[in-house]
Design a protein around this ligand. Structure first.
Ligand code: SF4
Ligand code: SF4
Length: 488
């Protein structure tokens, strides 16, 4: 029997003195966004005018070492911090104010397929064009983001860019499913009697006069705060999927009923919190396999494989071989193996349910391991091995601009922990991810009256074992450092 999952906060983050007030402050997010916008401006400046050697340019080092490392640690310890401070939404907010009457995002595209396609394409471009090695290409990517965000928000009513298009957002939504915080409501009875539903509709300066759904912000004097841009309704939220942690719902609720709750990081994965949809289920599987392919692109066997494929197909350059490798790893395997596992699992469980239900039921079990692979790569490897390199790099940048008081750069700075700790840290991260995935798998086999025996769980378990074994193998190989002067 299915029961509705209603998350309950173990603790309300807004009760933390100062931090709570800062988060709820009307301009709190804007301050965070402006801070990140200034960093983006600095990266653009150095990307266009600075040295075009990746380890010596702020745009490449901040993007490929610090941004990626900090966001994965952010998901693990707090939540979707990057979307919260995302500077790309600043021009979007301006676009919203300029738009007189946006149109709705096409119904056929209200799913994750476009964003998933762009995510896979982006990983391919990253590898093929060596984005990590080019400050100029890196800043073009940043500019393309600002432009896309601005145009889409000007044309469409809802936050279509965040919810349906942004590849980074897709990565962030998938990652935040294991985060220890979530938007929840303190009292569901208050929501039942709430007329305005301002958390999703937005609130006006006149209490009790909500903004009509989809209405645009034209005159800021009339409106205090926007409702949820991705159209989530706080009392019905069961998951972090699609939540940008903007906290607009918190500021809009006239009853002060929305909280940022601390939760068990596995809670949404161990309950029926996700819609039963192909795109959501495959999003998690692609997220897992893309974690492997992204790391595989930096170890020696990929170069041998590319050369062999190039020879076999009689083609010069790495585009075609890379397209084949990434196509197989990021599309064919997650879709093929996911569908096969769902089919076998359903056959063994003898449940007469649509295949999409079986797949959706077990897909959340992949989130912890998938995230662990990304954490190991971006956090355990790149960030911990070279993050302190930003200090001499920034000193050099300042000295190049005649600010010599910063002292002599020490280029031996880089690793956050001793190099010989990295293998152990990566090993622990991957095994912890696997253990959490296995725990979710066992729990889901018994969820809502389900009694799937070991045979019905086996296809999923084998897939998890295959993923973790492949990850352990890849991370044991020498890996390109990228964005750093150090060698692995
Ligand atoms: S969260 Fe606040 S605004 Fe939203 S339904 Fe509940 S009481 Fe109303
Ligand atoms: S307004 Fe929507 S996206 Fe923003 S924090 Fe609330 S639920 Fe999340």
């Amino acid at each position: 029997m299915s029961t509705i999952y209603r998350p309950k906060p173990l603790y309300n983050v807004f009760n933390v003195p100062l931090l709570g007030r800062l988060l709820k402050w009307r301009w709190g997010r804007l301050v965070f966004q402006i801070f990140l916008l200034l960093i983006a401006a600095l990266m653009l400046y150095d990307g266009f005018t600075g040295p075009q050697f990746a380890p010596e340019n702020l745009s490449t080092v901040i993007t490929w070492v610090h941004y990626r490392g900090l966001i994965v640690f952010g998901f693990l310890l707090i939540g979707n911090l990057f979307c919260m401070g995302c500077p790309f939404t600043l021009p979007r907010t301006l676009a919203k104010k300029l738009a007189i009457n946006g149109i709705r995002w096409p119904r056929a595209l209200r799913n994750k397929w476009v964003a998933l396609g762009l995510l896979v394409f982006y990983f391919f471009l990253y590898e093929w064009l060596d984005l990590w090695a080019s400050p100029l290409l890196t800043v073009y990517v940043i500019l393309a983001y600002f432009l896309a965000s601005f145009v889409l928000e000007a044309v469409f009513q809802e936050s279509a860019f965040c919810k349906y298009v942004c590849p980074l957002g897709t990565f962030n939504f998938a990652s935040s499913t294991i985060s220890p915080t979530q938007i929840m409501v303190a009292d569901h009875d208050t929501c039942r009697t709430c007329v305005g539903r301002e958390c999703v509709n937005g609130s006006t300066s006149t209490p009790g006069e909500p903004v009509a759904k989809g209405q645009k912000l034209i005159n800021t004097d009339d409106i205090q705060i926007l409702g949820c841009g991705t159209e989530l309704f706080a009392p019905q939220m069961q998951s972090n999927l699609d939540c940008t942690l903007c906290l607009d719902c918190v500021r809009a609720c006239p009853h002060d009923n929305v909280v940022l709750g601390i939760r068990n990081p596995l809670s949404e994965l161990q309950n029926d919190a996700w819609p039963k949809r192909w795109d959501i289920a495959f999003m998690i599987l692609i997220f897992a396999f893309a974690g492997l392919s992204n790391a595989f692109g930096m170890v020696p066997p990929v170069f041998a494989l590319e050369a062999a494929l190039g020879q076999m197909l009689n083609t010069a350059g790495e585009a075609i071989p890379l397209l084949i490798i990434f196509g197989v790893l990021n599309i064919v395997l997650p879709l093929g193996l996911g569908t096969a596992a769902a089919w076998l699992s359903r056959a063994f469980s003898k449940r007469p349910e649509p295949l999409v239900n079986t797949l959706s039921h077990y897909a959340p079990a992949f989130a912890p391991l998938a995230f662990a692979i990304w954490l190991t790569h971006y956090g355990g490897f790149h960030f911990l091995s070279s993050a302190l390199g930003i200090i001499p790099l920034f000193q050099t940048f300042l000295r190049d601009h005649r600010l010599t008081f910063v002292g002599q750069p020490d280029w031996t700075l880089g690793p956050v922990v001793p190099f010989n700790w990295l293998d152990g840290i990566e090993f622990v991260m991957l095994l912890a991810g696997f253990a959490a995935s296995y725990a979710v798998l066992i729990r889901r086999a018994r969820l809502n009256g389900r009694k799937d025996k070991i045979l019905a769980q086996l296809p999923w378990l084998l897939l998890l074992i295959g993923l973790v074994a492949a990850a352990l193998w890849i991370f044991a190989l020498p890996m390109e450092m990228r964005g750093s002067n150090f060698l692995s």
